[in-house]
Design a protein around this ligand. Structure first.
Ligand code: PAP
Length: 319
């Protein structure tokens, strides 16, 4: 793989530059198939591209980082496991959502194990559509894509990196990350191209890709959770609706509930692979509109213009 990485465009991101400890080259982004990412995740993606065998019954949960993945994973997992576990016995009470539904590019072994041993065909990925293993597209399995207001994605990502890298805001000013992001340089970025890839695929494969928007899910969680359940093939029965199953899943997966569980307050994620990340960093505020606390008027105008230019003719609201 070294040969390949030597040929790829490389960028050392701003928070890595700000770190006082040496990163031994691990903090660089590489541009692979049009998108920026860390080498370790690209290696995982390439391995998945070469070896992963999707089943037609798989459901892929796809997103850019910070667009609402943790919430989507929790909801989809609660929906497909509801016959086995009620809200009082759900594994989500003691297991981090990312350990309930694994990422293709970093949890391939567990996904392959699940294919053999489980009835829950959920697989998550942040990979862009063009980088999905061919078997995913060929199997015609269903894809759920969650997206979110571009400004909140950027702020969520910024706050996450500051926390995870244990930096101060002064070490990496928001303006610097904003400029990088607008140039398309972000984790799995450009964000707009990520969305466009799935959007175009959804036009070519009608009925196979469901788009969910984080803000819509916040505003009307019930309808969106029902749409999700229906789409992934686990619709709620009338009886379940009458007995409050939908509400109970929504409550179980709510930000307030998940963020206050011991596992999500004090647990760690993937200690051996990429270094420990505290689970609590995935539960920051869980609100829309926090970008207003970070963006200047000028940044807002620049971002709006960028979105208008990049997503011309696309029926998705990103700002
Ligand atoms: P990931 O892609 O790295 O897994 P992801 O889960 O997509 O991250 O995004 C994290 C955001 O989702 C955080 O947003 P914030 O920084 O603006 O607060 C996090 O708070 C929010 N989040 C996590 N769980 C939930 C939930 N159950 N309901 C609503 N928002 C949530």
């Amino acid at each position: 793989m070294d040969d390949l990485f030597e040929t790829l465009p490389r960028h050392t991101c701003s928070w890595i530059k700000a770190l006082s400890i040496p990163t031994k080259g691990k903090g660089a982004y590489y541009k692979y198939e049009g998108f920026w990412n860390f080498r370790i995740l690209l290696e995982g993606a390439i391995l998945a591209q070469r070896t992963f065998k999707a089943q037609p019954s798989d459901v892929f949960l796809c997103s850019s980082p910070k667009a609402g993945t943790t919430w989507l994973k929790a909801l989809a997992f609660a929906i497909v496991t509801r016959k086995q576990f009620d809200a009082a016995s759900s594994p989500l009470l003691t297991t981090f959502p990312h350990d309930c539904v694994h990422y293709l590019e970093s949890g391939l072994e567990q996904i392959n194990e699940n294919h053999k041993n489980s009835d829950f065909p959920l697989v998550a990925t942040h990979l862009p559509y063009a980088s999905l293993p061919k078997s995913v597209v060929d199997s015609d399995c269903k894809i759920v894509y969650i997206y979110r207001n571009i400004k909140d994605v950027l702020v969520s990502h910024y706050c996450y990196m500051i926390e995870v890298a244990k930096l101060q805001v002064e070490d990496v000013p928001f303006e610097v990350v904003f400029d990088e992001f607008c140039q398309g340089i972000s984790w799995y970025g450009p964000y707009w191209d990520h969305i466009l890839g799935y959007w175009k695929a959804s036009q070519e494969r009608p009925g196979r890709i469901l788009f969910l928007k984080y803000e819509d899910m916040k505003m009307d969680t019930t309808s969106n959770v029902k749409r999700l359940a229906e789409f992934i093939g686990y619709p709620f029965s009338i009886e379940e609706e009458k007995t409050g199953m939908v509400e109970s899943i929504i409550k179980l997966c709510s930000f307030d509930n998940l963020s206050n569980l011991e596992v999500n307050k004090n647990g760690n994620y993937r200690p051996e692979k990429i270094g420990a990340v505290a689970n609590r960093h995935l539960f920051r505020k869980g609100k829309d509109g926090d970008w207003k606390n970070y963006f200047t008027d000028e940044m807002e105008k620049k971002m709006n213009k960028l979105v208008d230019e990049k997503l011309i003719g696309i029926d998705l609201v990103l700002k």
